[in-house]
Ligand binder design. Structure first.
Ligand code: CU1
Length: 529
């Protein structure tokens, strides 16, 4: 289970020029495992930074009135919390997992374009610096929220330009990375690994990569129009010049809704890997999982205006976007029932990765159902811009995406490091995270239904109790992640040696692949007892 790295080749004393050591090993790395590791550490650093911003938000909202930050700073906190969590934490974490696992799962020696892979990663660093620095620049990071709506984003200071530049760089990184993943999957599968035998994680990433290639240029277009409106005298989003601020919302959400699925489809792939392993049964409905993933991806491009029900659309448009949105719950439901059917009558055990997966199935479904609530046009008009929406998308993005990533990290840590992680501490991390998450976000359903608006640093007295509960939960949630860091570092530094059969049952790969696992994959076949 040793990780094959450039440095290991070096240990044998060959060719040290071609295999840099020390820091340069990482800077110049073209190894998918090294690059995957860097993606994951980068993602964790951003997770903690954006999490710290969230602590700032929750500190201010602990009580009504203004205590810690001015309203402009509060707006910057929410904007950067959202942008950095999405582009810095969640997306890079999934790319890191793809880098590690996709070549291993399809029996490829590395990614198709290793140097491009290196570039994809290192582009993240200037983008992250720009985003983080924009917080400290006068004028504050785009106060229009993470969605950067004009007119605020046209009027904002230099930090808006830094944010836009960061988004362009991140877009290049994502598109290049997606091309790499698609090429790897199509061209580098081991003999016998047909498309319909690929592990679900590979399938979900293949489809996600297409979503990225289709969606990121649209975002780039939207923010480029913002730049020209800001500096070159165009009026795309300015009614006074014949433009329309709502145009930005259309272009933004044409990217923004597929983006939601970019952040959840790989999570579905992780669940489809972990659940069969700990249920010790094949994944139920493999083909329907593939088709459901593809259906979600296609539908994700025809629902964008459900974010804009209050902008004054023709009724026909409102109805179209309401029904198309509801339609997505069909393939998503197929997946949830498939996971449940996989667990049904399985001989289940509940190690940390499985705990995370079961929790995700349950909590993500809550997020999906509140999404359906928001999709209902007359209801959404009431809920628009309230904390109900904040609760909804945190159930999707924290308990859906982030907790799947955590489950995946625990699941693959033994494979990556050669050591078992500390199961007891892993479970502690799971329970503190899950409980604190619900304490933080469940009350927001109530404050939202009662009409508390999002992105406002102050609120009326009647929301005080629920906000205090949310803030306590948020601090606990933040602190819990230090435990995660500790468990991961402890696992890297040592521990019980991991075996080829880490989870006392077959790995998800063998269960989803009808034929014997390809020769040069990472597992030995399961032992028949
Ligand atoms: Cu959406």
């Amino acid at each position: 289970m040793s990780t094959t790295t450039a440095a290991h080749h070096d240990d044998h004393g060959h060719d040290s020029h071609a295999h840099p050591t020390g820091l340069m090993r990482w800077v110049k790395s073209t190894n998918h495992k090294d690059i995957g590791t860097m993606y994951l550490w980068f993602s964790f650093a951003m997770f903690m930074f954006a999490g710290a911003l969230a602590m700032g938000i929750r500190a201010e909202l602990f009580q009504p009135g203004l205590q810690f930050v001015q309203p402009e700073v509060f707006n910057q906190l929410t904007t950067l919390h959202g942008l950095i969590m999405i582009f810095g934490a969640i997306m890079p974490a999934f790319v890191g997992l793809a880098n590690w696992q996709v070549p291993l799962m399809i029996g490829a020696p590395d990614m198709a374009f290793p140097r491009l892979n290196n570039m994809s990663f290192w582009l993240l660093i200037p983008a992250a610096i720009l985003l983080m620095a924009s917080f400290f620049v006068p004028g504050g990071a785009a106060s229009g929220g993470w969605t950067m709506y004009p007119p605020l984003s046209v009027q904002g200071g230099m930090s808006v330009d830094m944010t836009i530049f960061a988004i362009h760089i991140l877009g290049v990184s994502s598109i290049v990375g997606s091309i790499n993943i698609i090429t790897t999957i199509f061209n580098m599968r081991a003999p016998g690994m047909t498309l319909m035998k690929m592990p679900m994680f590979v399938w979900t990433w293949l489809i996600t990569a297409y979503l990225l290639i289709a969606a990121m240029p649209v975002l780039a277009g939207a923010v480029t129009m913002l730049i020209t409106d800001r500096h070159f005298g165009t009026t795309f989003f300015n009614a006074a010049g014949g433009g329309d601020p709502v145009l930005f919302q259309h272009v933004f959400w044409f990217f923004g809704h597929p983006e939601v699925y970019i952040m959840i489809l790989p999570a579905f792939g992780i669940l489809s890997t972990i659940i069969p392993t700990f249920a010790r049964k094949p994944l139920f409905g493999y083909a329907s999982m593939v088709y459901a993933t593809a259906a979600i991806a296609v539908l994700s491009f025809v629902v964008w205006a459900h974010h804009m029900f209050t902008t004054g659309m023709p009724v026909a448009g409102q109805l179209f976007f309401m029904y198309s949105t509801m339609l997505i719950s069909v393939p998503t439901g197929v997946k949830v029932f498939n996971w449940l059917a996989t667990m049904w009558k399985g001989s289940m055990t509940f190690e940390t990765p499985m705990l995370f997966s079961v929790a995700v199935v349950f909590l993500f479904t809550i997020g999906g159902l509140t999404g359906l609530v928001c999709a209902i046009l007359p209801v959404d008009i009431q809920l628009q811009d309230t904390y109900y929406v904040v609760a909804h998308f945190h159930y999707v993005l924290f308990s859906g995406a982030a907790m799947s990533i955590m489950g995946g990290v625990y699941y693959w840590l033994p494979k990556w490091t050669g050591h078992m992680y500390d199961e007891k501490l892993g479970k502690w991390h799971f329970w503190t995270t899950t409980i604190a998450f619900n304490v933080t976000f469940f009350p927001m359903h109530f404050t939202g239904l009662a009409g508390m608006p999002r992105r406002i640093p102050d609120y009326s007295q009647q929301f005080a109790e629920f906000n205090m509960i949310s803030s306590v939960g948020a601090f606990a949630l933040g602190i819990s992640q230090l435990l995660f860091l500790y468990v991961v570092i402890k696992c890297i530094r040592g521990g019980t040696k991991a075996t080829n059969q880490v989870w006392e049952g077959a790995h998800g790969l063998e269960w989803t692949v009808a034929s014997p696992a390809p020769f040069h994959t990472f597992e030995t076949p399961p032992q028949v007892k």
